[in-house]
Every structure is written in structure tokens, then in C-alpha cells.
Write a protein that binds this ligand. Sequence first.
Ligand SMILES: Cc1cc2nc3c(=O)[nH]c(=O)nc-3n(C[C@H](O)[C@H](O)[C@H](O)COP(=O)(O)O)c2cc1C
Length: 406
Amino acid sequence: MISTEITLPCGAVMKNRLVKSAMTERISNKNFEPTKGHEKLYKDWSDTGAGLLITGNVVIDRKHLESAGNVCFDDSNMLSKLRSWAISAKSGGNQVWIQVSHSGRQANKFSTSRPLAPSEVQLRKMGLFGKPKAMIAHDIQEVIAGFVKAAKLSKEAGFDGVQIHAAHGYLLSQFLSPSTNVRTDQWGGSIENRSRLLLTIIREVRKEVGDHFPIAVKLNSADFQRGGFTEEESLEVVKMLDAEKIDLLEISGGTYEKLAFFIMNEEGSELKESTKRREAYFIDFAKKVRAISKLPLMITGGFRSYEFCNEVLKNGEVDLIGMGRPFITNRDEISGFLKGEIPNLKNMVLRTGFKQFEDSAEGGFYARQLIRFSKGKKFKPNMSPLWCSMFLVLYEFRKAMAKKFA
Ligand SMILES: Cc1cc2nc3c(=O)[nH]c(=O)nc-3n(C[C@H](O)[C@H](O)[C@H](O)COP(=O)(O)O)c2cc1C
């Protein structure tokens, strides 16, 4: 049942199976530190009763931001602020893990015009991303060290675990994908070589944090792009991960080019009929993962009903239920949902009527709600979809300028 506790391989205990998946907050201060806004946001999420809260992208490098409002865990001088965030985020007796990430070529031009990436394959989306520079051996070592440092700071600050972000087209996902990694050295070519960076980071982080600190990995089932990372390759990576000391595998899918993790709701035509009926986007893929791996498994995307969540837990299809948007649209109903008093968390669908703006409208809508929550304001269902679609670019520009001149 969703309300049943679970013990992870490292010994950590989660009080139930509901996980708030990572959602970028975009509200760091000028020094890339967490703010009182983070404390408010996570205290309220902690009060929902969910067993685990995973933070939004926390980056290891200020030049490779996913958002100008990212927190960056690269400096031990910020420990006291990190501690305050951890304390509020765990006040309800839940676990809280930091999602550690590097954006690679998905770092927008507001943070760098020359992002580092496995190869010089540029992301073409609204002219927002610069031509990447292929990483040299030294850059790769710096990225490994950056992940280790962020994990060290997470543990020192009192967070309960880390999630290494290897999904959604960010740097580690770029290394995994043959369309963005065309290297011919030990970091490119075969799937073993393309996985080397992820596996090295996991091992180095494990050395740093010890055996009893949860390490999770977020992995794409596929990129959903021609020539990209496929389900078959993802299953190869799962087999390799299975031999590592990790505590949770979260499955998602898609990149900035194809926002499968985000936009495939009931109006999305991407889903097979069988998956639509079964509500969670990656449930069919989860079965294939189960067949080859013993890792605790979570999928995220689409879960909305109490009955279905319990059904897939009871059948052993997954061990944990990951949810994102319901922690925004239905935040006040989550505790009732966990008790079975609220059977369904309604999905909001926001449409501008213009195909090219739908992603940004949805992204802007949820970003604005998170910013409202961080200020102690309530969920606002009625927002102009067109304004939401423009909001993010303007917000990111303003936030980046404030940092540049800080
Ligand atoms: C506003 C917002 C921000 C997100 N930020 C992140 C992020 O920082 N890292 C990540 O791995 N996924 C991120 N996601 C994806 C979610 O973790 C989740 O995979 C997605 O929302 C699908 O789950 P859902 O149908 O329960 O919302 C974000 C989603 C939303 C709505």
C-alpha cells in the first residue's frame, strides 16, 4: 500500500511510498543559495505526509544552470543556509534528498554561451542555447569532483540522500545518448563507454558518503528522439546499475527536445492506449526493468488515483510512486490521498491553442505557482496561458541579470 513503510538497501527507512519528484524551484538568491522561500515551500510539502521529497535540480556548476534560480552546491560557506533548508524540509518526519545535476548543453545562454557537453551537438530550441564545447579529460574530472562535492555538502547539511540526475537531456543523459555523444574515446561509442561517466560518479559519490546514505539515479526510459537513447539501451544501463550500490532507480523519459516527462497527459497522443488506461506513463517500461533488476524502483509521470497507485504497488510493478504536479495543483489534498480519503488528484490541463507555445505555457504555469508558494501564497488555478508561456523567458532573463550584476 502507498501508506506502507519501506527500507532501502542502505538501511534508510521511508515512512510511506509516496515521493514528491524533483521540481525546479527557480528561487535561489544572488549567490545561488537557498532562501526562506525554499524553507517555506518544503515545510509545506513536508506537512503533506509524503515519505520522501526530492528537491529540484541543484547544480554543481554556476556556469551550467538549468535555471538562473538554481541552487548550486559548490561552496561550504553556504552550509548554514543549506542546514536551515534541510531542517524545514524534514520537519514532518519524511526523507529529503538533493537532486544533483549538471545541465551540459541544456544550460541556456543566460548562464553561458559556450556550455560544456560530451560533443559539439547544439540544442536548437528558440535560439536559447549556445554551441557546446566538447569536454576534455580535465572537464570530465571536474564534473566527477563536482558531483562528489555536492553529495558531501548534502550530507553535511543534514539532507538524507542524493539523486544523481541522468535523465531529461541534462549532462549525464547527454553522455548516455548516441545523438549527443559522438565521442570516440573511453566516454563515447558503446553503451558501456557512454555509461562510464554515470557509473564513475556513482562509485565516487558512494566512497564519499559511505554505505548508509541513500543514492538514487533518475534515468530516461528513452529520449523519444530519432537516433537518440532507446529503451533497449536504457535496459542495458539498468543492468549495469543493478551491479552498483544504489538505493533507488527512478524512471522518466524525454529531453528539452521532447518533453515526454511533462506534457504526456491525457491529451497527449504519444501514449499507447494501454498506458493511457493505466495512467502512469512509464508503467510498461517498468515491467521490463523489473525483469532484469532488483533495484528499488519508482516511476514518475501520470499517477493520479489512489486505487491505481495501490494496485501497482501490490502487484510489485514498482516500489515507490513518484508524483510532481499534484504537489502543486493538489498540495492540500495529498494527506487525504495518502489516507485513501481522496480517491483522485485531478490533472490540470493548460492550453494556449498554439502548438508551439503549449510546453512553455505549462512550464510557466507551474513555475509561477511554485514562486507563489515560496511566498506563502496559495495555488491560483486561473492564469492566462499566453502570459504563462512568456513568463519563463522573461523571469529567467531578469533572474540571470540580477546574478550577473550581484
Ligand atoms: C514545474 C516542474 C519542474 C520540474 N523540474 C524538474 C527537475 O528539476 N528535475 C527533474 O528531474 N524533473 C523535473 N520535473 C519533472 C517531474 O519530476 C515529473 O517527472 C513530471 O512532472 C511528471 O510527473 P507528474 O505527471 O506527476 O507531474 C519538473 C516538473 C514540473 C511540473
